[in-house]
Design a binder for this molecule. Structure first.
Ligand code: NAD
Length: 265
């Protein structure tokens, strides 16, 4: 779709206002403006580190030590991050009654902190650590205290099993319920908005394809090009924190005013 940024935003706002089921699908790019680096953007995590696969993590103590070392280092950046203007705009879309759910590849919990209540996490949540033997869960903050005391490879207090972040590593199985739900919502929506994803990590990247196959309009808000650009109905190669608040303001202006809450006592 050609035209000025303003005109494109107005068109997409019309689609959202008229839609019955809107889904937002996010990747690491929605959180870069909160100070969390993405994987593949400039300065992304893969420009500094190579990934450690699930198989390496469980079979090789050196890989496990290295993984926890990186995790200990990056923890403060994750812990300090706050929802940015893009997260808040997506939460506002839910408040306006115009969002079915957020499907996210992110593990940073920032959509929930911004106020979204229907969030499908495809790759888990880094606020938690889980024992691969007995399933006991630990808050990540508690494990950080162990790491800072000098523990290099945390083990389960209950059974001695290997502890791992409750996130999906490369080579690890996807959570079944979340993946099925995400596919169902992607196939059933009429507007599907991708925010900050390079769309190269599968099966997550099937979601916009399912939406398109099912007849939805697909909108991309991504700083750089993706292989899916030629199939999108509207593309914004812009920063999410600049585009989404403007878009949501335009949607709000098209909706009947929400009833006022009860007057304060
Ligand atoms: P990715 O790193 O492959 O791609 C991010 C995309 O976002 C890039 O194309 C980049 O150009 C774009 N981008 C960066 N900043 C942007 C901004 N301000 N506005 C709009 N676009 C912006 O990320 P991905 O597609 O999510 O896949 C990588 C995997 O990394 C995912 O599985 C995710 O779980 C994981 N990851 C998550 C976090 C997090 O939780 N915040 C951080 C890093 C990686």
């Amino acid at each position: 779709m050609a035209g000025s940024l303003e005109a494109k935003l107005e068109t997409v706002a019309d689609w959202i206002a008229a839609a019955r089921h809107v889904v937002v699908f996010t990747g690491a790019g929605v959180s870069t403006e909160s100070g969390i680096p993405d994987f593949r953007g400039p300065g992304g995590i893969w420009s500094r580190y190579s990934p450690i696969t699930y198989q390496e993590f469980i079979s090789d103590p050196e890989a496990r030590r290295e993984s926890w070392r990186r995790s200990r280092e990056s923890y403060s950046q994750f812990a300090a991050a706050q929802p940015n203007a893009a997260h808040l705009a997506i939460a506002e879309l839910e408040r306006l009654g115009k969002l079915e759910c957020v499907i996210t590849q992110n593990v940073d919990n920032l959509h929930q902190r911004a106020g979204n209540t229907r969030v499908i996490e495809l790759h888990g949540n880094s606020q938690w650590v889980v024992c691969l033997e007995c399933g006991k869960r630990y808050p990540r903050a508690e494990i950080q205290a162990w790491l800072e005391r000098g523990v290099e490879m945390p083990a389960c207090e209950q059974c001695g099993g290997i502890l791992k972040s409750a996130t999906v590593a490369f080579g690890q199985a996807m959570p079944e319920r979340e993946t099925t739900e995400a596919e169902t919502y992607s196939r059933a929506c009429d507007v599907f908005i991708v925010v900050g994803s390079s769309l190269v990590v599968y099966p997550a990247a099937y979601m916009p394809r399912y939406a398109k196959q099912s007849g939805a309009r697909v909108v991309l808000v991504n700083a750089s090009e993706t292989d899916f650009d030629h199939r999108a109905d509207a593309i914004f190669h812009e920063r999410a924190g600049e585009v989404l608040p403007r878009l949501v303001d335009m949607v709000r202006a098209r909706l009947p005013a929400l009833p006022e809450g009860p007057p304060a006592a």
